[in-house]
Design a protein around this ligand. Structure first.
Ligand code: CP
Length: 314
């Protein structure tokens, strides 16, 4: 994977590992410009004449729609394939052929796949940039991590020196993988991974964090850290990747309710990649620290506008 190092134009976005701190600042600055512009009613034509093909092999609400909306907001066009099972993939067309075909129609491909590594593999066949919109249970979700980090910075003014607690199913959460990796660029930030023993972070993430000398802790009891949380990143228990028995057994663990948030700092925030099922009770939504259905989800649009603009135009 190629490092970006300030050169976004024509780049694949496969992993947050490609980004430096300066690259992140570049994306954030443009994100803020678009955010202000859209909120003031500006209409953009920055990507007029460009087309994005969205090839989604796995369900999505936010990532798919926000990429399409981002393209529309920038005056570009799109090929919206929200269910690749309805394409010639179902007839047995290979990934390689699919990529070659869509490279001839579009200026970039955004891909979600149920298998880790597929967007990276596709980028080797593609003639246009490929953006990873989430790959497998153990892969990455780089644009999610960027919007999470943007939301955090927007709230605290910094990304360094924070206590970020990630809780729940950490074994099957590509968003956690990407956010944790990205935060290693900010060495004073401490990461706390709270999960049942069977759903701990992957060995691959653990190895990466050690290599990057990140300060991180793995524990089972959220109560031990709840008072020091700046950012609480809540995850869904991914029933698609675990047995029914385990799902039922763990269903009531780590439910964030009013009692939990009453123990959190007044200036903390609660984020979630969504969809939320039962892991945050609905009463929590009314608390101003709960940003998952408001600022966080909205920032997804602006981050994707910025990235598309940087990748598709010099
Ligand atoms: N956050 C996220 O990836 O949501 P979707 O699965 O709905 O795209």
């Amino acid at each position: 994977m190629k490092q970006i190092n300030g050169h976004f134009y024509g780049q694949n976005i496969i992993s947050v590992e490609q980004f430096s701190k300066d690259d992140i600042e570049t994306v954030f600055q443009l994100t803020t410009q678009y955010k202000k512009g859209i909120e003031e009613g500006s209409v953009y034509a920055d990507l007029s004449g460009k087309i994005l093909a969205a090839l989604f092999y796995e369900p999505s609400s936010r990532t798919f729609s926000s990429f399409i909306a981002a393209m529309q907001r920038l005056g570009g066009g799109f090929i919206p394939l929200s269910n690749m099972a309805n394409t010639s993939s179902a007839k047995g067309e290979s990934i390689e052929d699919t990529v070659r075909v869509f490279s001839k129609y579009a200026d970039a491909l955004v891909v979600r796949h149920f298998e880790a590594g597929v967007p990276e593999m596709m980028s080797r066949y593609a003639e246009v940039p490929v953006i990873n919109a989430g790959d497998g249970a153990t892969g990455e979700h780089p644009t999610q991590a960027l919007l999470d980090a943007y939301t955090i910075k927007d709230n605290f003014g910094v990304l360094d020196g924070l206590n970020i607690v990630m809780v729940g199913d950490l074994a099957h959460y590509r968003g956690v993988n990407s956010l944790a990796k990205l935060m290693t660029l900010y060495p004073k930030t401490k990461l706390y991974f709270v999960s049942p023993p069977v759903l701990k972070i992957t060995n691959s993430l653990r190895t990466y964090l050690k290599k990057r000398k990140a300060t991180f802790f793995e524990l089972e009891d959220l109560n031990k850290v709840i008072k020091l949380v700046d950012v609480l990143n809540v995850t869904r228990l991914k029933k698609e990747y675990i047995s029914e028995h385990l799902y039922k057994q763990l269903q009531n663990s780590y439910v964030i309710d009013i009692k939990t948030i009453n123990r959190m700092k007044k200036k903390s925030i609660i984020i979630h990649n969504l969809p939320r099922i039962w892991e945050i009770v609905r009463e929590v939504d009314r608390d101003e620290r709960a940003v998952y259905l408001s600022r966080q989800v909205r920032n997804g649009l602006f981050i994707r506008m910025a990235l598309l603009r940087l990748i598709l135009k010099k």
